[in-house]
Design a binder for this molecule. Structure first.
Ligand code: NAD
Length: 253
């Protein structure tokens, strides 16, 4: 039990990578708040974890709304008596297309969900972490933030901002015993966002094109990312802060 009794929020855990993270942390003893904007999806994940004997409950919040994120943090403290870890996973992308064809509305949405969410999580979770004499943020960024490619320019930039901001927060909140780390997954074709990243259905041609860029010869899975999150959430990572772990089969070298 590597995170036994830790109180952990996972945002956007109603599907995809966040769902995998919530399951893995609960398997290792965490008390998990499954957050999502979509209540039906989130409640299903929390129920599935509970059915396996894990500790999980759902809390609906939109990570772009300050009052929602405040209530989400309060729910964790109320339900578990403390907050130990916040996994900022909820994310969104504009469809893969030329930079000049992305609407202003889509640009604003990408930055709100991917980046403003980090601001709001920081504002609202840091006081709870301070009350608990420490804590950890795990921000799900992307290989896109390190090795950008055409077609996802505004998404790439938002993830670059997540990476730089996480490092800055690690420096600023180290004296509070608050760790801030990122995980950079490479493409995962099994999530809700995959067709958006790929610019259409993930057919054989698109799979082959992506796969050719990954030396280990496969895509990432939610479990790959969840295992990295488990390490960063655990006390094994007590001296690890300000880093990004690429979960990418060497895509970024
Ligand atoms: N799938 C990939 O290839 C890949 C690669 C690198 C990074 N990522 C990142 O991983 C994270 C998870 O993405 P995924 O691929 O699992 O996508 P997904 O669409 O399967 O899951 C994202 C979840 O976030 C929820 N969500 C969206 N907006 C929200 C909001 N405002 N408030 C709360 N919840 C909200 C959605 O309802 C959904 O359940 C994202 O940050 C994404 O950028 C994904």
């Amino acid at each position: 039990m590597r995170v036994k009794d830790k109180s952990i929020i996972v945002t956007g855990a109603g599907g995809g990578i966040g769902e995998g993270i919530a399951h893995r942390l609960a398997e290792e003893g965490a008390q998990v708040i499954v957050n999502d904007i979509d209540a039906a999806k989130g409640e299903k994940v929390a129920a599935a974890i509970a059915a396996k004997g894990g500790k999980a409950s759902f809390f609906r919040a939109d990570v772009t709304k300050s009052a929602d994120v405040k209530a989400l943090v309060e729910a964790a403290v109320q339900r578990h008596g403390k907050l130990d870890v916040m996994v900022n996973n909820a994310g969104w992308t504009h469809r893969n297309r030329p930079a000049l064809e992305v609407s202003e509305e889509d640009f604003d949405k990408v930055y709100a969900i991917n980046m403003k969410s980090i601001y709001l999580a920081t504002i609202h979770a840091v006081p709870a972490f301070r009350a608990n004499k420490g804590g950890a943020f795990i921000n799900i960024a992307s290989t896109a933030g390190l090795r950008p490619r055409p077609g996802l320019t505004w998404y790439n930039g938002s993830k670059g901002a997540v990476i730089t901001t996480s490092k800055s927060l690690a420096a600023e909140f180290g004296p509070d015993n608050i760790r801030v780390n990122c995980i950079n997954p490479v493409f995962n074709p099994d999530t809700g966002l995959s067709a958006e990243f790929a610019g259409g259905p993930v057919d054989e041609a698109r799979r082959a094109k992506f796969l050719a860029t990954i030396p280990l010869g496969r895509f990432s899975t939610a479990l790959d990312v969840a295992n990295a999150a488990l390490y960063l959430a655990s006390d094994e990572a007590a001296f690890i802060s300000g880093v990004c772990i690429e979960v990418d089969g060497a895509r970024c070298v």
